[in-house]
Design a protein around this ligand. Structure first.
Ligand code: PLP
Length: 445
């Protein structure tokens, strides 16, 4: 065990980790990275197959982002946005508005995906108070939703394993069925999607809209639920209904934003303009923590008033609008433009689809889901009966450990093998990574 591993095991508590297991097993220490590869302390190289938890876009040590951060360091690393403006934060806000769906004109910064959603929830709540519709206090969320780990975002979360223990601490949203066709329990004929999940939403809205402030949704892909994907047209339908019933639509693009789905934002696939959009993860190309909650002029205007009116949005963090992170984000967007990143994705997505077709034929590949460069392969003990493996067999985790032997780092969600490579991966690299996944599933299941 090297010194870092020793110190880690003695002093560090890891996120989403059973520490009893962690300290009892050898662990890998990453000491460097280059492009889409991570390098451990023994000099071994591994593909970063989950983009360092879905954040990395253009690879590691991307010269332009490194440079932008260094240049900003020569000016100022951090200054507060309470009572002061800073150059990168104002430039970035303009550029985010320019690439966002139409109608989103204002940017509120925070630090990570959870805080971006927390801001949206509080903003939506306060908005209705200002509009005089004080009864609108509840939120609609999806079953299986994941929007972060703060108390507000856990409240609108729907993953039992993560969220149940906190229930007494939380506010209660109205949960509606997840729009996941593979797991659909609403349709009697799974071959025909009648979008019954939308019907359920319409009933809830018709009955309760006067109490509902907003609906929060992960567009197209419920990521932490295991890359559950909604049927085409679902998001547009949600927009139509939330507008009809005067409920704010908060689209959480923390995982799907910045090219992941093949377009800059998932909303674009269905020409949806939400009332609020939350961004983080890929916003800095995966370099530094930063998040943004984008909203409309109408919502912003509802917070305007004299100081004595107390309409201010009393929310902020020490590092809100951090100049280093904003400089990284500006460099990130510049690379998107100059390297025509979005235009280059179609070939990579098609290459992944071809390999996934082969993986789908494996005896235990129950459902293979792909949206752009977001992939979830759900393993089943009995594919025909959709019978999962016993939890304690940890099949998903074992597949991911096997993949490490062949030089690929991926992480499972239960028995869903997740693959989310940096957008900078070449077609050949994507094919190589998926070949490793194919082989690892074959060997473990
Ligand atoms: N929203 C979505 C859709 C996410 O996938 C995540 C994280 O995975 C979050 C919010 C929370 O982001 P963070 O982990 O940066 O707080």
């Amino acid at each position: 065990m090297n010194e870092t591993e020793m110190k880690d095991k003695q002093f560090v508590w890891h996120p989403f980790t059973q520490m009893k297991d962690w300290v009892s097993r050898p662990q890998m220490v990453i000491s460097a990275a280059q492009g889409i590869k991570l390098i451990d302390t023994d000099g071994n190289e591994f593909y970063d197959g989950v983009s360092s938890l879905w954040v990395n876009i253009h690879g590691h040590r991307k010269a332009e982002i490194d440079q932008a951060i260094v240049e900003q360091l020569g000016k100022v690393a951090h200054t507060t946005m309470l009572g002061l403006a800073n150059i990168p934060a104002s430039q970035l806000a303009e550029q985010l508005v320019a690439v966002a769906p139409p109608g989103l004109t204002k940017v509120f910064y925070s630090d990570d995906g959870s805080t971006a959603v927390e801001v949206a929830l509080k903003m939506a709540f306060q908005y209705w108070q200002h509009k005089g519709k004080t009864g609108k206090q509840k939120f609609i969320a999806l079953e299986q939703a994941y929007h972060g780990d703060t108390v507000g975002t856990v409240s609108v979360g729907g993953i039992d394993l993560f969220h149940r223990v906190f229930k007494p601490l939380l506010f209660t949203p109205v949960h509606i069925p997840a729009p996941s066709c593979y797991h659909c329990r609403l349709s009697s004929d799974q071959a025909v999607c009648g979008m019954q999940c939308v019907t359920v939403l319409e009933q809830v809205l018709a009955e309760h809209h006067e109490e509902i402030a907003g609906m929060v949704i992960e567009p197209l892909v419920q990521a932490a639920a295991g890359m559950l994907m909604s049927p085409p047209g679902y998001l547009a339908k949600i927009r139509e209904l939330t507008r009809k019933y005067d409920v704010l639509l908060i689209v959480d693009e923390v995982a799907t934003g910045f090219g992941r789905t093949g377009k800059m934002f998932a909303c674009e696939h269905e020409q949806v303009s939400p009332d609020m959009m939350t961004l983080s993860k890929g916003i800095t190309g995966g370099y530094l923590p930063l998040a943004a909650t984008l909203t409309t002029q109408a919502i912003y205007d509802a917070f305007l008033g004299d100081y004595a009116d107390k309409k201010t949005f009393y929310h902020g963090h020490s590092y809100t609008g951090n100049p280093l992170a904003c400089a990284a984000a500006l460099a990130n967007l510049k690379i998107f433009r100059e390297e025509r990143v979005i235009e280059g994705l179609a070939a990579k997505i098609a290459a992944a689809a071809a390999k996934l077709e082969q993986i789908g034929k494996l005896a235990h590949a129950g459902d293979v889901r792909q949206c752009g460069l977001i992939v979830g392969i759900e393993l089943m003990q009995d594919k025909d009966r959709k019978a999962p493996y016993p939890w304690e067999q940890a099949v998903g985790a074992r597949v991911c450990l096997q993949a490490r032997k062949y030089g690929l780092i991926i992480r499972p969600i239960g028995d869903v093998v997740i693959f989310m490579p940096p957008l900078a991966s070449t077609v050949k690299e994507i094919e190589e990574m998926l070949d490793i996944i194919h082989r690892s599933i074959q060997e473990v299941t």
